[in-house]
Write a protein that binds this ligand. Structure first.
Ligand code: NAD
Length: 475
């Protein structure tokens, strides 16, 4: 029998008696089961979070910090077990899974130092005018399958630090490591402050529409983000949405192809391309296009696609069948249209596991589906450009606005271009680096609000202004 992982409600590990299978994308075998929750369990979890909020909202900074540090410690102490479990449910190679687990522990520790100081607007003989931040209440957290542990933690920790309590729903595809963490922290955080329940996608709208949840923090696709916004409108829940992206990388002619080829490769292929901030469109100046595209394709030959638990694997499988089929459909569309491939696109994957060969396209047109849509798979379209104005316009020609990168020997030039990109984050000569102290959020249809830093913490609070009219003697 496969291992059954329980939910965390009100400090206790519980189940519903009804189970959902979780599949290893590397071999399509069932590796665990989790409870299938519906309205009744959600109500129970929300009631626990509501009851806990009465006390937790009055907790001190030190108490909040201690709870978050306990979460960080539990993850770190069990990192070995957790990263293996994460690879088995998500597919990413062990080294990347380890990075996610230690990253989650690090984020918990870093964010537990954040606090929103009170602001004194006026304090004189006539008036004391204070601006403080108060917790919004019970938070509903909804998480995707590409970085399940990191995304769960980056919702739980700021919620607790703001004085909120939370009911979190992992993706039905990747709930195992999160539920193992739930078990590890069950007696380390006050009962009811953190509740983690699992269910199909249909549990999501129940959370969004629940009358006793005050805020939704969501990471996932733009399409679902729009449904969340609609669902939350009924009672004007506060929302934070971290959504999809179609990030552009721009390589200027002064970049050395030998130095950037490998870095550019990994900016697209980490986690098999299933990263919201992966480079999904790579624009290379025409002067270095041939040399750089050849260098990237050459490097790609050294990277092994396979089971993430096997040593030497660089790119794992796609996480689930639906996404696998979508990526194959985009590749097929590119083939049907006669676009040129530098690697991939030429063989049909067979056998078990959702493997897609590393796919690099040679200068497809801007309106190709594989360029214009978020691929979310091991796919990298390389495109030629000739002028800065042209490439900035092409990079910005997207409904998304999550992140982007510029690669150049001239940092000032890189910044000049970065300032013209319509995205929430831009890197010069690196990719995917996020600081727990800087706001991370999407422009346009890539998001609403931000996570991380004080800006992210604020999203779990309301402003409250209290004024004392000192010179009005009423008695
Ligand atoms: P998804 O939108 O399909 O699912 C995300 C979560 O929403 C899951 O837990 C799912 O069960 C739940 N859900 C599904 N339908 C719902 C509904 N109607 N109401 C409420 N909840 C619902 O996303 P995914 O396929 O799991 O993740 C991939 C997407 O996430 C990509 O577009 C990627 O770019 C995006 N993403 C964004 C960020 C970011 O920070 N901006 C980070 C990671 C992933």
């Amino acid at each position: 029998m496969v291992t059954q992982y329980k939910n965390l409600i009100n400090g206790k590990m519980v189940d519903t008696g009804e189970w959902m299978d979780v599949v290893n994308p590397a071999n399509e075998e069932v590796i665990g089961q989790v409870p299938a929750c519906g309205e009744a369990q959600l109500d129970e979890a929300v009631a626990a979070a509501r009851a806990a909020f009465k006390t937790w909202k009055k907790s001190t900074f030190e108490e909040r910090q201690a709870a978050c540090m306990a979460i960080s410690g539990a993850i770190k102490e069990n990192a070995d077990e957790l990263f293996r479990l994460l690879t088995s449910e998500q597919g990413k190679p062990h080294a990347q899974a380890k990075g996610e687990i230690f990253g989650a522990a690090g984020i918990s520790a870093a964010q537990s130092t954040l606090q929103l100081e009170e602001e004194i607007i006026q304090d004189d003989d006539t008036r004391l005018h204070r601006h403080r931040r108060v917790p919004v209440g019970v938070v509903g957290g909804i998480v995707p399958w590409n970085f399940p542990v990191m995304m769960a933690i980056q919702k739980i920790v700021p919620a607790l630090m703001a004085g909120c309590t939370i009911v979190l729903k992992p993706s039905p595809f990747t709930p195992l490591a999160t539920l193992r963490i739930a078990e590890l922290i069950a007696d380390k955080v006050p009962a009811g402050t953190v509740n983690i329940i699992t269910g199909e996608d249909s549990l999501g709208p129940l959370i969004t529409g629940h009358p006793d949840i005050d805020k939704i923090t969501f990471t996932g696709s733009t399409a679902t983000g729009k449904k969340i916004m609609e669902g939350a409108a009924g009672d004007l829940k506060r929302i934070t949405l971290e959504l999809g992206g179609n990030d552009a990388s721009i390589v200027l002619p002064d970049a050395d192809p030998k130095k950037v080829a490998e870095q550019l490769f990994w900016s697209s292929f980490q986690n098999a391309g299933q990263v919201c901030i992966a480079a999904k469109r790579v624009y290379i100046h025409e002067d270095i296009y041939d040399e750089l595209s050849a260098a990237i394709a050459e490097y790609a030959k050294s990277v092994v696609v396979g089971d993430g638990s096997e040593q030497g694997t660089g790119v794992g499988p796609i996480q689930n069948k639906k996404q696998y089929e979508r990526v194959l459909e985009l590749i097929q569309d590119a083939k049907d249209n006669g676009y040129k491939f530098l690697t991939g696109g030429d063989k049909d994957p067979s056998g078990s596991g959702y493997y897609v060969p590393i796919t690099i396209l040679d200068n497809p047109p801007e309106d190709a589906r594989i360029v214009a849509e978020e691929q979310f798979g091991p796919v990298m379209p390389l495109m030629k450009f000739s002028s800065e104005d042209e490439v900035i316009e092409r990079a910005n020609n997207s409904d998304y606005g999550l992140a982007g990168a510029v690669w150049t020997a001239d940092h000032d030039k890189g910044v000049e271009i970065a300032e013209q990109l319509e995205t929430g984050t831009v890197w010069i000569n690196e990719f995917m680096h996020l600081s727990p102290f800087a706001p991370f959020g999407g422009h346009k249809q890539s998001g609403f609000g931000a996570e991380y830093g004080k800006e992210g913490l604020k999203e779990f609070t309301y402003p409250q202004v209290i004024t004392v009219k000192k010179d009005n003697v009423v008695a």
